[in-house]
Design a protein around this ligand. Structure first.
Ligand code: IMP
Ligand code: MG
Length: 182
């Protein structure tokens, strides 16, 4: 049993769970992108941990690049209006782009990003989300091609996911104790 961080109420995905999830995704992506010109794009900062693990499970050739966005407004809900703070270094025209995301909530941030990237004429543009908070009665703005796992509608941290820039380094995904953010 892993040592539980004092601010974490319960663990949703252990290190072993995560390993299994990521290797399943990597296998699928390896098959699907055989012979293609794959570029993985991670959105900073949350997706870096997943990106680092996922890229090592993909056996086909690939390139990686990063983007950083900042949402207008504050709080824990996204508005969908984002500003690109760090753009890609790479030209994605004619390439097969897979956006690597830590967690898909409303999907509004990604929807905006995908619209912007699609103007650059990639050959294909898809999403791999480690977690999908698919809340009943709500539709997500983006349909991910690859989903690691479904996540309950709770605030989770670890494996890249933060609260106020903390907890990204936890090797598992867990639910934060409410008293930490209230
Ligand atoms: P969306 O635009 O609503 O899909 O917001 C997605 C982004 O919000 C993710 O990339 C995360 O940075 C953040 N986010 C959403 N839910 C959580 C959570 O439970 N924990 C930590 N970050 C989250
Ligand atoms: Mg994020």
């Amino acid at each position: 049993m892993e040592a539980l961080h004092p601010d974490v109420e319960k663990v949703l995905f252990t290190e072993d769970d995560i390993k299994e999830i990521v290797s399943r995704l990597g296998k699928q992506i390896t098959e699907d992108y055989a012979g293609k010109d794959l570029v993985l794009i991670a959105v900073l900062r949350g997706a870096v941990v997943f990106m680092g693990d996922l890229m090592r499970t993909i056996e086909s050739p690939l390139a990686i690049d990063f983007m950083a966005v900042s949402s207008y407004g504050d709080g824990t809900k996204s508005s969908g209006v984002v500003r690109i703070v760090k753009d890609l270094d790479m030209d994605i025209k004619g390439r097969d782009v897979l956006i690597v995301e830590d967690i898909l909530d409303s999907g509004l941030t990604l929807k905006y990003l995908m619209k912007s990237l699609s103007h650059r004429q990639p050959a294909s543009l898809e999403v791999a989300a480690f977690l999908w908070k698919d809340v009943k009665g709500r539709t997500t703005a983006v349909n991910p091609k690859y989903v690691g796992a479904h996540c309950p509608d709770e605030f989770v941290v670890g494996y890249g996911l933060d609260f106020a820039e903390r907890y990204r380094n936890l090797p598992f995904v867990g639910v934060l104790k409410p008293e930490v953010y209230s």
